[in-house]
Design a protein around this ligand. Structure first.
Ligand SMILES: Cc1cc2nc3c(=O)[nH]c(=O)nc-3n(C[C@H](O)[C@H](O)[C@H](O)COP(=O)(O)O)c2cc1C
Length: 339
């Protein structure tokens, strides 16, 4: 099917369907998921992605309390009647948030799709199964994906070295990680990290994934609740403009390159320890970047894929554009190679 020319009656034609095991499992139209994003994954963004036929995800810990999360879920539901999920990122910490209460708020709100990340979902699986929740576990290695399958998750999201946030310590990019995961898993899975357009979706499907998960691309959408100057910086940035920090602590994070992330990487490379950078990496400083648009206030998360992001469209348009492009790549362009 040729792509409609913008401005013609065909341009309002329905977006083609790429049905996969993920669209079936999650009861969504398109195999495109918006991953959990601290300070970004709020109701408007998640609802816009879901409304367009993808899967939007509200980020639990962006809400200060479990009651606030319940209110945010209710707000999302007022904006869309399509399926959406909630991300629960579980990280070891000195003062952990009340994970059990967040978990309870999720199921009491009737949410049936949860993205877990950060550590093994195993301790939460009985609870989620009892409440009919399908868990998508996000991880960064085939061995963790296989383990997640073994403990009963419905799907996996596997983040390659390209990704924003925590790529793990193995440094395996998607081109190898995705087919390796396809060989090892029997459950559906999403390729994550480095995706922003239809070429990426088509490639992910060709490599054996059932869809894609994206963070940085959706961060740069109209509904993303961060300062416009941050979105503009992502558009201006290239694939060279990220920094890997916390390597020596074996808690690697890929963040945008700025004076703070360069300084943090330098201190740690020179033998510094966490207390030496604690002040620089404080969450409150990173938050000022998103809230006030002060790009040098702290560290903020972004992936290599910023080199492929050139605009700030509505999130729903990102979903449908990617699916149309992928359809074109898979159906029209590949026809060139037919005998
Ligand atoms: C600003 C930002 C915040 C993020 N916060 C979280 C988070 O709290 N929990 C999580 O599991 N992943 C988080 N991620 C990772 C995304 O869900 C997703 O896995 C990642 O962005 C994929 O790589 P991409 O940015 O190349 O698409 C975050 C990503 C971004 C860009």
């Amino acid at each position: 099917m040729p792509l409609p020319v913008p401005g013609t009656p065909e341009s309002v034609a329905p977006t083609p369907r790429l049905r996969t095991r993920i669209t079936e499992l999650l009861c969504i139209e398109h195999p495109v998921v918006q991953g959990g994003m601290m300070w970004v994954g709020r109701a408007e963004l998640a609802a816009a992605v879901s409304e367009a036929g993808g899967l939007g995800i509200v980020t639990a810990l962006t809400q200060p309390t479990p009651a606030d999360l319940a209110a945010e879920i209710a707000r999302t539901r007022r904006l869309t009647d399509k399926p959406f999920g909630v991300n629960l990122t579980i990280l070891p910490s000195i003062n952990p948030p009340p994970y059990d209460e967040y978990r309870r708020a999720i199921v009491d709100s009737g949410v049936t799709i949860v993205e877990t990340a950060g550590s093994s979902p195993e301790p939460h699986m009985d609870f989620f199964h009892e409440h009919g929740v399908r868990v998508i576990h996000k991880c960064t290695s085939v061995r963790h994906a296989v383990k997640a399958e073994r403990v009963g998750v419905a799907a996996v999201s596997i983040d390659g070295f390209e990704c924003a946030g925590h790529p793990g310590e193995d440094d395996i990019p998607g081109l190898v990680l995705v087919p390796a995961a396809a060989d090892a898993l029997t459950i559906p899975f999403l390729a994550s990290g480095g995706f922003a357009d239809g070429r990426g979706l088509a490639a992910a499907l060709a490599l054996g994934a059932d869809g894609i998960n994206m963070g940085t691309r959706f961060m740069c959408s109209e509904e993303s609740p961060i300062a416009e100057v941050v979105k503009r910086r992502i558009v201006e940035a290239t694939e060279l403009d990220t920094e890997l920090i916390f390597r020596s602590l074996r808690n690697t994070a890929r963040v945008a390159r700025n004076s703070v992330s360069v300084e943090v990487a330098r201190i740690l490379a020179d033998g510094g320890t966490f207390p030496d950078v604690q002040g620089l990496v404080a969450g409150s400083r990173g938050r000022r970047v998103f809230d006030d648009g002060d790009l040098e206030a702290g560290i903020w998360t972004a992936g290599l894929v910023q080199g492929l992001i050139h605009d700030v469209p509505p999130a729903g348009e990102i979903v449908t554009r990617i699916v149309r492009e992928a359809y074109e790549v898979l159906h029209a362009n590949l026809a060139m190679f037919r005998a």
